[in-house]
Design a protein around this ligand. Sequence first.
Ligand code: TGC
Ligand code: FAD
Length: 388
Amino acid sequence: MKLFPDYFLIDDLLSDEQIIIRESIREWVNRSVIPIIDNAAQDHMFPKHLIREMGEIGAFGPYIPEKYGGAGLDQISYGIIMTELERGDSGIRSAASVQSSLVMYPIYTFGSEDQKMKYLPKLASGELIGCFGLTEPNHGSDPGGMLTQIEDKGDYLLLNGSKMWITNSPIADIAVVWAKDDNNVIRGLIVEKDMKGFTAPETLKKWSLRSSITGELVFDNVEVPKENILPNIQGIKGPLKCLNSARYGISWGAIGAAIDCYNTALKYSLERKQFGKPIASFQLQQKKLAEMVTEITKAQLMAWRLGTLKNKDNATPSQISMAKRNNVEMALNIARESRQVLGAMGITGDFPIMRHMMNLESVITYEGTHDIHLLITGLDITGIAAFE
Ligand code: TGC
Ligand code: FAD
């Protein structure tokens, strides 16, 4: 039985450093995530104590330069870290995606030197938790229609509006928020949790990503200092560039959830006997397992190639969309098939499959829905936008 499928020997394409990074994150996930994650999900509780540990293992801003507290790693290393974290749970990978790609990335890419020095090292260590406010109650797939506004009041900016479905918002120290200015231009700004008029109520009763905390961001006449605006970006391209980085990470992350489901199904099928034989000896079960390993292998190759393009800054947003869409659907299909291999046992918390399956129902929706990524590919190949 060969767990952790590497059917096309992608390990041969990795550097020694990348393998060491994978082993260290894998060991941390086995030690700190897997023993507690089912209870956390059953209790609908984000294991907040893991944040500091994630800072220590270098899960926050791996590709941010060391000067700002990151590890200065390449994009394939970032992807490998995401795969290992999501093998533990999509909620744990979500926390790292948001902190790295949606909070540290915009501050690093669009922020002033003062903003970078003030926030990045503390975000890298986990001393500060960040969140990313783009989606609004009436603007999800269409973030360009956002209503959240900033008014220039001379000495400060007055922020009004609300964001919804925001990962980590109830526990965040800072929020990177996207809002329209007096000229209707989208700007990014850093809002701190103690600012008067800012609240972040939790969204309860989720059936998916139960070990991740989600909430709103409500701005009621919040006075934001002008130095908190991200000076080097204007327009919808700002948040979309952050999404490129996060979607890339998800294309790797989803493979981790798929591998955990496949490993579980393979092991179970070899141990579980019916009609006097292991169920792995039946052709129907082998078909499921063989197709799973094939799909994982295709996703690994796509993610790896995308990583090499991203390392040269040559990955296009549409390539990233294709990989995010394909790999998340692949993982969700594998979760569903693996669940069947386990029969009734598949629905229990004794195995991780049902948790992964429920998590992936969010992953296929956030960071751009399955439909939106298909339309992005459609636009790329036809030149015609079918969004409107
Ligand atoms: P559109 O008119 O097509 O484009 C406007 C301008 O932006 C450019 N552009 C991009 N630039 C960089 N990266 C991208 N990915 C880009 N996509 C488009 C485009 O070239 C254009 O530039 P220019 O120079 O011509 O002006 O924009 P649109 O408003 O019609 O929207 C297009 C659409 C639907 C693809 C886009 O808005 C979209 O991706 N919608 C999905 C929204 C989404 O993904 N939201 C995610 C919220 S964050 C989240 O879910 C976090 S989950 C966290 C976790 O827990 O992991
Ligand atoms: P809608 O946009 O209302 O879409 C509903 C349906 O219509 C979907 O099936 C969609 O594909 C389809 N649809 C929409 N437009 C079109 C079209 N033009 N053509 C065809 N079909 C279309 N957002 C953040 O900003 N920050 C976060 O940290 C964050 N975290 C999240 C965490 C969780 C657990 C979840 C579930 C969501 C999170 N989101 C976050 C929000 C997420 O990005 C949005 O849910 C997503 O972009 C879709 O928006 P929506 O839910 O409003 O769906």
